[in-house]
Design a protein around this ligand. Structure first.
Ligand code: ASP
Length: 321
């Protein structure tokens, strides 16, 4: 038993020919954020504090689809969502439809800690953020030129709602017109466990490019994109509609709980057998300090570290240490 941490910056059809100027900042951010998380765990911060800290950092980085850098709705607006869960207490908080809150993950935590509820969305969530004194800014803060261009391309090709409503075939998905060899999806997430086996999970996203206004994905849905209990913590990424149908994060925990599977086997079973190919990736840690980061997409930006000195960074299936 020891501490462990894993984080992701989104799974999808990430081309091996992605230009270095798009790849390197993300890799650097993953390394930086992993270090922040490791330092926090070593400093005995709670897993809940660690996952919030790391996800805030990823939200503030415009190279990921969360916070600043969130992809745009069909109307060119941002609607951000996030979820956080404490494995020990099973307390959780979730938010959707945010347009001005700088760190959605911190609002999710405040919902968890300061309301009798779990999930706030749209105007109510925005109002609560102001009442609680969370940092808010004009919506334009979150909108990057790259995402304006992405939306333009998707609109021209009339894409996304079709992707989400139908099973995704690889040849169909390859048509996705991102124009830069990059995936349009890139949610962020972090899971952590401390030396005492306490677990936490956090996930944050802008959703999908050209999503309908009001669309809610898997990220804030407890048990779909995010889940933690006394056995494991899971943060998923990919096509939200497929992840919700697959109850991905909870199924990992349920396979451990009811079938006695190891973390690795449970996560592999969910990713390989329960969700169609090209749809999902996840990062997970167990109470024993194990880590797994499977995906059935072309790639997933990911990083992990454990107390025994193991670290891993990767995008595609071949692991880069
Ligand atoms: N799962 C997210 C969503 O469907 C997208 C992502 O993971 O990049 O909103």
């Amino acid at each position: 038993m020891g501490w462990a941490i894993a984080l992701h910056g989104g799974a999808g059809d990430i081309s091996p020919s992605i230009p270095p100027e798009r790849r390197q900042p993300r890799e650097a951010a993953l390394r930086h954020c992993l270090q922040i998380g490791v330092d926090a765990l070593k400093a005995q911060k709670s897993p809940l504090d660690v996952v919030e800290l790391v996800v805030r950092e990823l939200e503030n980085n415009p190279h990921f689809n969360a916070g600043k850098g969130s992809v745009l709705t069909t109307e060119g607006t941002v609607e951000m969502e996030a979820c956080i869960m404490d494995g020990k207490t099973k307390k959780c908080g979730a938010v959707s439809g945010l347009t001005t809150v700088v760190n959605a993950i911190s609002l999710a935590r405040v919902v968890m800690e300061k309301t009798p509820h779990i999930y706030l969305a749209f105007d109510g969530a925005e109002k609560f953020a102001r009442e609680q004194g969370l940092e808010t800014v004009d919506s334009s803060h979150f909108i990057t030129p790259a995402n304006i261009e992405r939306l333009k391309q998707f609109k021209e090709a009339n894409r996304v709602q079709i992707d989400c409503a139908q099973p995704v075939e690889k040849d169909v998905k390859k048509e996705t017109p991102t124009g830069d060899g990059d995936s349009p999806i890139g949610t962020v997430g972090c899971v952590a466990v401390d030396n005492d086996g306490n677990l936490a999970a956090a996930t944050s996203t802008g959703g999908f490019v050209n999503k309908m206004v009001g669309r809610i994905g898997d990220t804030p849905i407890i048990g779909a994109g995010t889940y933690a209990n006394n056995l494991c913590a899971v943060s998923a990424t990919g096509r939200g509609e497929a992840i919700i149908r697959g109850t991905v994060a909870r199924d990992v925990a349920a396979l451990m709980e009811f079938k006695g599977l190891s973390l690795k086997d449970a996560a592999a079973c969910v990713v390989e057998e329960r969700v169609p190919r090209d749809n999902v990736g996840l990062v997970a840690v167990s109470a024993k300090g194990e880590v797994t980061m499977p995906f059935n997409t072309t790639g997933m930006y990911r990083a992990s570290a454990t107390e025994d000195g193991y670290t891993e960074f990767g995008i595609w299936p071949s692991v880069e240490n």
